[in-house]
Design a protein around this ligand. Structure first.
Ligand SMILES: Cc1cc2nc3c(=O)[nH]c(=O)nc-3n(C[C@H](O)[C@H](O)[C@H](O)COP(=O)(O)OP(=O)(O)OC[C@H]3O[C@@H](n4cnc5c(N)ncnc54)[C@H](O)[C@@H]3O)c2cc1C
Length: 497
């Protein structure tokens, strides 16, 4: 066989002669830069060497595509699940998917549950997302829900269990959000836990720097922090990165990657009500979540209630009843003497009024927040002030709680040229678990299409989309929310550029 030598002009340094083995090794590292049939080497978009001789034999082994998903909330977990499922089903791509999440106790983000011990009794509580709904006609998510139901991960929350409550008067809750309501059998976090069991999860893991890998064109290196980046101690090298979280963290992280056309979507304005902005930015509200446990039952004949017209309190739910956690099995006060543990969720306006750094909530602020929300709960039940006396309280501020505006017409962002995508609940018209899940699923579809293409233009989604405000009848930004139209109506023409 004739000697194979390819004369390659590299961007840095003098021209070099590459042997067949060197070309093959380079092609394995960055397959999109080498056409092995004609033997063409491209760097930074420029053809640096061409050879019209015989193609390189034997054919190159199939490359494993490494995808990092930064965020183990519902959007990130659904994106990972779909990537793994589609790669297995199509058998067209070898794909390694890793999910990084900061969660110390579990994955799930805002759709996680928490275990608390109250006076020696342990119980699960839903401290953020309470239930979720699936829009009529959303067959893809419904198929997951049916499977989770079959596996006992979730169940339908009886319609009668959820009401609307105002000054002691209860009315139909479906005015606020259309049933069926789905809840996790062991808390809403059961869904994320079920998803995570089939995935490769790295937790707790905080990714705060992403940089191009200089050794492998097109790849990304992830680092825990700037210090580790300087040392070169990467958490891994990936062909594609998905940002599945939002708020200041996401903005800072993407800032280190020098991709301003994607970073612009992650700049966040914190506010309590959506407003028209000249420079369209993501707008997010905060919410307080307060846990209160009582030694005596509250004696309410509902399990969850919307509190309309209250400036402070938006929602209450009895975790003990909802999650079937009878703490009085022996008929009396039971271990620790705790009867019920409730979650009280504030309105965005209340959270803005009492906004503090969420990592260091001052005790005085927490005490005021608990007092105010408890008083609002008493008013909603038409009880005397001071009649509810909890034996346990815990206040938590969700700083980046609910998006107030959304990206028009797009469910996800993807730039195939840099192989970076974004998914999350703000890429849909409801600030909800459903939006987050669908965003992750659609991003997975897009990534699969991109990597399945042999050549031609890369996939691109959402890069030109703009933030818009919700329509007047959608109470976006203060979950629970008003019912919205079906998927088909709200997302008319999804563009694939
Ligand atoms: C108090 C409250 C109540 C709600 N109630 C409901 C409800 O009843 N029904 C409903 O449908 N929706 C509800 N929502 C909204 C719903 O919870 C969210 O829309 C949905 O869970 C968002 O999912 P996500 O994947 O987009 O983001 P997230 O859940 O925020 O997930 C992002 C994940 O990324 C991780 N992360 C962040 N930074 C990094 C990093 N640098 N590296 C690695 N990981 C990182 C976070 O820890 C988190 O786990 C509620 C929200 C709040 C705050």
């Amino acid at each position: 066989m004739a000697a194979f030598v390819l004369h390659v002009r590299t961007p840095a340094g003098p021209p070099r002669n590459w042997t067949r083995a060197q070309v093959q090794s380079f092609a394995r590292k960055c397959p999109s830069a080498v056409d092995t049939r004609r033997v063409t080497v491209r760097m930074n978009g420029t053809v640096h060497a061409e050879h019209d001789g015989p193609s390189l034999t034997p054919p190159l082994p199939r490359k494993r595509i490494r995808v990092a998903i930064l965020g183990g909330g519902i959007s990130g977990l659904m994106c990972a699940t779909e990537l793994v499922r589609q790669a297995n089903e199509q058998n067209a791509l070898d794909m390694d998917v890793e999910v990084f999440d900061t969660g110390v106790h579990n994955v799930g983000g805002r759709a996680s549950s928490r275990a608390v011990t109250v006076k020696g009794a342990s119980m699960v509580v839903d401290h953020a997302a309470q239930f979720f709904t699936v829009s009529h006609g959303n067959r893809r998510l419904q198929a997951y829900v049916d499977e989770w139901k079959r596996l006992g991960v979730l169940r339908e929350w009886g319609e009668a269990a959820v009401v609307s409550l105002s000054n002691g008067k209860r009315s139909d809750a479906s005015l606020h959000c259309a049933p069926p309501y789905y809840i996790g059998t062991r808390g809403i976090g059961a869904i994320s836990s079920a998803l995570s069991q089939k995935l490769n999860i790295r937790r707790p893991a905080w990714v705060s720097v992403m940089q191009r890998d200089e050794d492998a064109a097109g790849a990304w290196k992830l680092f825990r922090n700037r210090h580790k980046a300087k040392e070169g101690a990467a958490m891994g090298v990936y062909d594609a990165v998905v940002i599945a979280h939002n708020g200041k963290c996401a903005d800072r992280l993407v800032g280190t990657a020098h991709i301003p056309h994607i970073q612009r979507f992650l700049r966040t304005l914190f506010t309590c009500s959506a407003r028209e902005e000249k420079n369209s930015k993501m707008q997010m509200s905060s919410l307080w979540s307060v846990l209160v446990a009582f030694e005596q039952p509250v004696a309410a004949d509902f399990e969850g209630a919307f509190i309309p017209d209250c400036p402070a309190l938006a929602w209450v739910s009895n975790n003990s009843k909802k999650l079937l956690q009878p703490l009085h099995e022996d008929g009396d006060a039971g271990t620790g003497g705790v009867a019920e543990c409730w979650t009280l969720l504030s309105t965005p306006a209340f959270a803005t009024k009492f906004k503090v750094p969420q990592e260091a909530v001052p005790d005085e602020t927490a005490a005021i927040v608990v007092k105010e929300l408890l008083s609002a709960f008493e008013r909603a039940l038409a009880r005397a002030p001071g009649s509810l006396t909890p034996c346990f309280v815990r206040a938590q501020l969700w700083g980046a709680a609910v998006p107030l505006n959304y990206l028009a017409e797009e469910r996800c962002i993807w730039d195939g040229a840099v192989k970076v995508g974004v998914c999350g609940d703000w890429l849909g018209q409801q600030a909800s678990m459903e939006s987050a899940a669908m965003s992750g699923i659609e991003l997975a579809d897009t990534i699969m299409r991109d990597f399945s293409r042999a050549g031609g233009p890369r996939e691109e989604r959402g890069l030109r989309a703009k933030f818009v405000l919700p329509r007047a009848n959608t109470a976006l930004g203060g979950f629970p929310r008003a019912p919205i139209d079906t998927e088909e109506e709200v997302l008319p023409a999804r563009r694939r550029v």
